[in-house]
Ligand binder design. Sequence first.
Ligand code: TTP
Ligand code: MN
Ligand code: MN
Ligand code: MN
Length: 470
Amino acid sequence: SGDKEEDGNLTVPEWACQRVARLVHLNKKLTDAIEVLQEHAELRDGHQDYSRALAFRRASCVLKSLPFAVQDVRQLEGLKDVGGHVKRVLSDLLDNGSSSEVQEILNSSWYQKMKLFTSVFGIGPSTAKKWIDNELESIKDVKRNSVRSSDWRVIWGLAFFEDLNSPVLRSEADRFLSIVQQEAEKLLPGVIVQLCGGFRRGKSSGHDVDILLTHPKEGSELGLLHNLLLALEKKDLILIGHKEKSSFRQEILFQDFKLSMRGQLDHFEKWLGICKFPKSFQEQRLDSCLHNDDSNSNSNCLSDHAAQDLDSVKHCEHSEADTQTQTQGNSQLHKASQEKSSEGTVPTCHSLNESFDGTSYEPSAKKAKCGSSLDACPDDLADSERDWVARRVDLIIAPYSQYYYALVGWTGSKHFNRDARLYAQKVLGLKLTSHGLFDMAKKEALPSSSEAEVFHHLKLPYRDPEDRNC
Ligand code: TTP
Ligand code: MN
Ligand code: MN
Ligand code: MN
């Protein structure tokens, strides 16, 4: 991490994945402001905006790793990730307590509407823009104007907008995790069930619950997701979701990123959906500090940084599978195709016991009411009196031979992954994905049987999940 050299030049490791980046750091006011600029650039989604967004992200990332609170931009001399534009904004912040550029964005109704609309599950910048162009101003407007989306995420995301946009608490993630652990263990003894994403990095709240599953006996994980979903459905925990088959093929391992990923995050079998979390999950249990499998979870139980975390809850579902290796044009294409990708997969109200290849899951209680009018269903359910909250859940199945790469990938942060993948490519000539690390020249995979081994192969100092919050 950062040091002052004798000549006054600041040295911070070049790559974000080489640094320690914690949730709680000394320059939060500054990074919050820079991240507004980043998000604004991401939402604009225009020609240079993608690289501008990345530049802002790199700057905020470096500020998170500094061992001191910046008081004067001159302290940032020599940091190549902090360019002129960012320095001007930082000066403003340091001199006046606020930045006019940031304030202007925050006050602009375009930004506010884009933030609002992209916080709907399944909605990315391009649809959000269409809604704004159609003069929609609020979620109510969107619902009233009955934007007839055929995307199940949008239908249910709109119906349960309030639920899905209230932060998921750590206690809820823990309670749900232990049910998944219990059920999965019954189905497949010896199964490994790991909470990933923001919660694993130490956040005390999040926008969803990410759970990665595997089993040391490779191949025994096949069929687990199907049965696990049945078990969760039986416990009345499933609202709606979509199961994706594994799209993993040996041939893609040594393919170029752009070719092998095609805008996808990874090729694992997974279920992306919405669960019904009983409201009682929100009550803090005394034992929740003890049963967690993460060694670093103690601090989370104290909710010490809850306030700070709440405003960092983001709702970006338009997954950025793009790494920096992609060209800008490509990334635009990918975003657009991702938004469209599940269009046409209208969820049907068929019984769970029927065709599982339909991959959609709906509550059995609702089936009778559903009839043929599909889009009336979720609203009825959302308006009814209920003792549960709708929560986004991702369940991912990894073969054990890929598990530790999947663990690093699904732990994040997004920027940590992006940076580590670019570092692997540029510095080591290796391709890093959630499936493994590959020497493209030698056509050789570098398997790992721990997270530490992943870092070792990458010639990176090991970082605990809570140090990967760049
Ligand atoms: P998310 O659940 O989207 O993010 P998160 O858990 O870090 O944050 P939040 O608390 O708001 O839920 O994704 C989980 C991890 O998967 C993320 O940390 C990194 C990885 N990931 C990517 O690498 N690329 C992506 O595009 C997405 C969506 C996730
Ligand atoms: Mn979004
Ligand atoms: Mn998450
Ligand atoms: Mn997720």
